[in-house]
Design a protein around this ligand. Structure first.
Ligand SMILES: Nc1ncnc2c1ncn2[C@@H]1O[C@H](COP(=O)(O)OP(=O)(O)OP(=O)(O)O)[C@@H](O)[C@H]1O
Length: 230
């Protein structure tokens, strides 16, 4: 579903290489030391920074495509909700930046809000809901786009453990329902064990091919063991 071949990214003095494949519907945790290049990898896949090499999504070469033409939706760490817009409007931005939605698009927004348990909260503004509800709205904005590949850059890092777990489970549920493939950066190995099928370990200038989460966590390679402190 995602095929990355000879990807090479340069950011100042930092360089990262990656060659890997991810099958459709897989939930993949991206882990590795701070500064290893996890965000850089996702930003390059999403088309937000330049890279060389080939990125294929569902068989289509999107290496030079604009971010909105890649079949990819990305959720950033802070969720980026606009405080002056309602949750519905914030979700609607995922469909149409100008926010003039037709009735079909409005129905999609309502369905996305419903899928994250916010059906009754669409008319509220971010400041009038809890942090967890804000996270749900940000997730809904990604879901409403209906893209086959979701890239999540530590979207729930600011939440407490219980809420974070809840959001991870919700992400898993909606990914399963929609058949979306998910790549999710996390610093917490327990998040990977809870919500991922596979792990991409990023270190020493490269992103390794995904390995099953149980296998890599129970028998971590040396560099991962050092990172995990085990
Ligand atoms: N615009 C930039 N110009 C130059 N170097 C950059 C730029 N953005 C990031 N870097 C460098 O690229 C490297 C990888 O950064 P990146 O944010 O991808 O790491 P990360 O693994 O996501 O880290 P963290 O876990 O701390 O968020 C770092 O050394 C960082 O300083």
């Amino acid at each position: 579903m995602l095929k990355v071949d000879g990807l090479h990214i340069t950011q100042g003095a930092f360089e990262l290489s990656a060659t890997f494949e991810v099958a459709k519907g897989q939930r993949v945790a991206v882990i590795g030391p701070s500064g290893a290049g996890k965000s850089t990898l996702l930003n390059a896949l999403g088309g937000y920074i330049d890279s060389i090499g080939t990125i294929r999504v569902d068989g289509q070469d999107v290496s030079t495509a604009a971010p909105d033409q890649r079949g990819i939706a990305m959720l950033f760490q802070d969720g980026n909700l606009f405080p002056h817009l309602t949750l519905s409007q914030n979700v609607g931005l995922g469909l149409r930046p100008a926010l003039r939605l037709d009735s079909e698009e409005q129905a999609k927004v309502a369905a996305a809000l419903d899928s994250v348990g916010l059906a009754a909260f669409g008319s509220r503004k971010p400041g009038d809901v809890s942090g967890g509800q804000q996270s749900r709205a940000a997730l809904a904005r990604v879901l409403v786009q209906g893209k086959p590949l979701l890239l999540l850059d530590e979207p729930f890092a600011a939440l407490g453990p219980a809420l974070r777990g809840e959001m991870l489970d919700l992400t898993s549920t909606v990914a399963r329902e929609t058949g979306a493939t998910v790549l999710m950066i996390t610093h917490a190995p327990e998040d990977a064990e809870r919500a991922a099928d596979q792990v991409i370990f990023v270190h020493d200038g490269r992103a390794e091919a995904p390995r099953p989460v149980g296998e890599i966590m129970s028998n971590p390679p040396e560099a991962l063991r050092a990172y995990l402190g085990r």
